[in-house]
Design a protein around this ligand. Sequence first.
Ligand SMILES: [Zn+2]
Length: 143
Amino acid sequence: MNPQDDQVPAVRRPDPMYTAESAFFWEAAERGELMAQQCQGCQQYLHPPRPMCPECLSMDLQPTQLSGRGKVYSVCSPQYPQIPAFDYPLLTALIDLEEGIRLLSNLVDVELESVQPGMPVEVCFAATVGGRAVPQFRPEGNK
Ligand SMILES: [Zn+2]
């Protein structure tokens, strides 16, 4: 335990940066929902948010709520340099969502040694310093 821990706010994670295309994603996270664009031309889900479908070139992309379930594709635990806004050990993972898109996120409520590729995970949300939220993932059923 760092002696300065009681002097820093409990929430230190920085707010996400909104863009015209990504605002719906972050606003959904604030509501505790995970969303992605779904192309109305070819029905494919897209992430990160963008103005045009790379498959069929449709610009009719609708924000759609996702199941929030997926599987770990890969995981790592960055060691250096540590960023003060994050708690360590920090697990950074690629998550393959049920809807067929891959999301870069953090894994929580699990130790690195226990994570296996293909491990089922579900979305949860971390508060950010400005009162917003970002999606992260934990082992499925680990409330
Ligand atoms: Zn498309």
